[in-house]
Design a binder for this molecule. Structure first.
Ligand code: LR7
Ligand code: MN
Length: 576
């Protein structure tokens, strides 16, 4: 009955037993690697994954050698084998309030053993693939901010139980200025049972990027392995990562990230995908593996070349991390660093891969439970803008701004050091052509974006005035009501609304309205002027956008006969 159940939950368990008879070897693994890499000669191989070891039996030897306290589970412990956990109706209120604490189901997480079993979801071949005998040791760095108790402990136990002890130099926890009490003395007390676990605390909120760098600076392993604080490492997760780095120190490798459901904590198999990118916000996205790349893979256990990484889970040789300039230390709190390091790795001579034989589950959640000092949008845009300014060539930078003109108004600080570093790396065009040829470059239909500043007056900008008639206001550099775009056909927009002409009892006014063909205005932006276009392309009416001065210091935005004067000259924030 137990066997049947196992099979149902994890069909791979039975496959692993079958695999013992095959005695497959993988000695030529490296020699048959896909394009782009010169790897060092493979070393002496040994089968490190004993295919006869079932998931449940693997923790034992490690637990003993770690002096860990063995946690005894009740016979029907919830969530075993990665099954979903459901709760009773009467617990709904509790579930809801505890959900708010972490943006995942803390109530359910607390019911599950910190040493629960999870299904081994590796491609079958992984059980017999071999890795080198002399793998480098890794330091594991986990930063956390306000992490829940049970998820943090499950993270730790899963690492310790499912990693060969001699491969872990140390586990460094970096508490990024959490306020929750369980993350103080109680945590210090708990980790005493793990001699290899240390905790560092930041003196102020640093954000995950700088917190990771603090952890890295204290690490002494040959390899650095970064992990999130709500994960579960799966069987044999570590060896393939270290093996690949041993083969070439400039390989940077990620596990496949399985999903731990934020509501039920079910451990769910992730599709085998690679990391991609969306041009808007330079955001990481999962993408399918293109056929040209799939062809280069002999079987499902082969590495997947990935243009970008998700960010949270990867191994990198320590010295190489510093050769790459680590992370840009001016990236704040959360976001952007994953794209930064991905670009860096590829453009500065490294290689980024996802290894299907290495799997780690991560609790995917829809929002963050901690505060973003300064505002989430501001922090994220600051980071992405830095990455765009440093790593995108001019042409591509403009695409970024065309898709995210709001970013033009976000301060991104000084990037001199980053630009200096970048000089020794390949152009972004090289990355696009060689590493991510299928990304595609969006066709941008815009001429200019950003504020529209008058050249005759000091610090006067066109302003939507929040929806009333279009007017003028001192330039504030914050975007919003002063953020416009002019497309190639001459339509002037702010957000999704267009500049339109309305004739009312006070005569003609310019305002913002729905972009209907009958009333949108069109402009030809030439010699700094914004010339009104009449019906049909290139028909000028002879009027230009102008400032009319009223009684006192009153200024109005109007269309007047073009006269080449200073008040009819305008400059956009950015020309594309
Ligand atoms: O200020 C902070 N300080 C921290 O130490 C904010 C966060 N953190 C910690 C946090 O406790 C967690 O351990 O940093 C880690 C990541 O933060 P999460 O879990 O709140 O966010 P996330 O899982 O969405 O983070 C993803 O994107 C981030 C962008 O900066 C990082 O790259 C994370 O590493 C990344 N996580 C993953 O890649 C896991 C897989 C998710 C996907 C796709
Ligand atoms: Mn996370």
């Amino acid at each position: 009955r137990k066997e049947q159940l196992k099979e149902k939950i994890s069909p791979t368990v039975t496959e692993s037993v079958a695999a013992t008879t095959k005695k497959a070897t993988f000695a030529n693994f490296m020699a048959r690697l896909p394009f782009l890499v010169k790897n060092e000669a493979p070393g002496p191989y040994r089968n490190q994954y004993d295919p006869t070891e079932l998931e449940e039996t693997i923790p034992k030897h490690t637990v003993l050698s770690m002096n860990s306290v063995t946690i005894r589970k009740p016979p029907h412990s919830p969530g075993e084998a990665g099954r979903p956990v459901t709760t009773k109706k009467e617990d709904d209120a509790m579930v809801k309030s505890m959900f708010a604490e972490a943006s995942f189901n803390v109530f359910v997480s607390n019911l599950i053993s910190v040493e629960r079993t999870i299904p081994d979801l590796r491609p079958t071949k992984c059980r017999t693939n071999q890795v080198a005998d002399d793998l480098p040791q890794t330091s594991i760095i986990i930063t956390f901010c306000e992490e829940s108790w049970s998820t943090l402990l499950r993270t730790l136990h899963s690492i310790i139980n499912r990693s060969p002890p001699h491969l872990i130099r140390e586990i460094i926890l970096v508490d990024d200025f959490s306020k929750r009490v369980h993350l103080k003395g109680k945590l210090d007390e708990y980790i005493k049972r793990f001699p290899q676990v240390r905790i560092m605390r930041t003196a102020k909120r640093e954000g995950l990027i700088r917190a990771r760098m603090l952890g890295a600076a204290a690490a002494s392993g040959t390899v650095l392995t970064f992990l999130d604080s709500h994960i579960e490492c799966n069987v044999g997760w570590l060896e393939p990562l270290l093996d690949r780095i041993r083969q070439n120190r400039t390989n940077v490798v990620c596990p496949v990230i399985d999903a731990i459901d934020d509501r039920t904590f079910a451990y769910l198999e992730a599709q085998t995908l690679r990391g991609g990118m969306d041009w808007k916000e330079l955001k990481f996205e999962w993408r399918s593996i293109p056929s040209f790349q799939a062809l280069g893979r002999k079987d499902q256990s082969w590495p997947i070349i990935s243009p970008t990484m998700a960010g949270g889970l990867f191994s990198i040789q320590r010295d190489y991390f510093y050769e790459l300039g680590a992370y840009d230390p001016e990236l704040f709190i959360w976001g952007g660093e994953n794209i930064e390091i991905s670009f860096k790795i590829w453009m500065c001579g490294g290689r980024l891969e996802i290894l299907p034989c290495s799997r780690v589950g991560h609790v995917f959640r829809k929002s963050q439970p901690y505060i973003f000092p300064g505002g989430a949008f501001e922090v994220f845009s600051h980071n992405t803008r830095r990455v765009a300014e440093v790593w995108l060539d001019d042409k591509y930078k403009k695409i970024f701004y065309a898709l995210m003109p709001e970013a033009l108004h976000i301060d991104y600080g000084n990037i001199t050091d980053q630009l200096e570093f970048r000089r020794k790396c390949c152009p972004f065009k090289w990355y696009l052509e060689n590493i991510y040829p299928d990304l595609g470059v969006p066709q941008i239909n815009l001429q200019a974006v950003g504020e529209i500043r008058n050249l005759g007056q000091q610090d006067v900008c066109v302003d939507t005035l929040g929806g009333a008639h279009l007017g003028l206001w001192p330039c504030h550099g914050q975007g919003e009501h002063q953020s416009f775009s002019l497309d190639k056909s001459g339509t002037l927009k702010s957000g999704s609304l267009c500049v339109i002409r309305e004739v009312g009892k006070d005569g003609e006014v310019l305002s913002m309205g729905l972009c209907k063909k009958e009333n949108v205005m069109k402009f030809q932006h030439q010699d700094k002027e914004l010339k009104e276009l009449g019906d049909g392309p290139h028909v000028l009416t002879g009027r230009c956008l102008d400032i009319t001065f009223g009684a006192g210091a009153q200024k109005f935005l109007q269309l007047n006969p073009c006269n080449g004067g200073k008040f009819q000259q305008w400059k956009f924030g950015l020309y594309l």
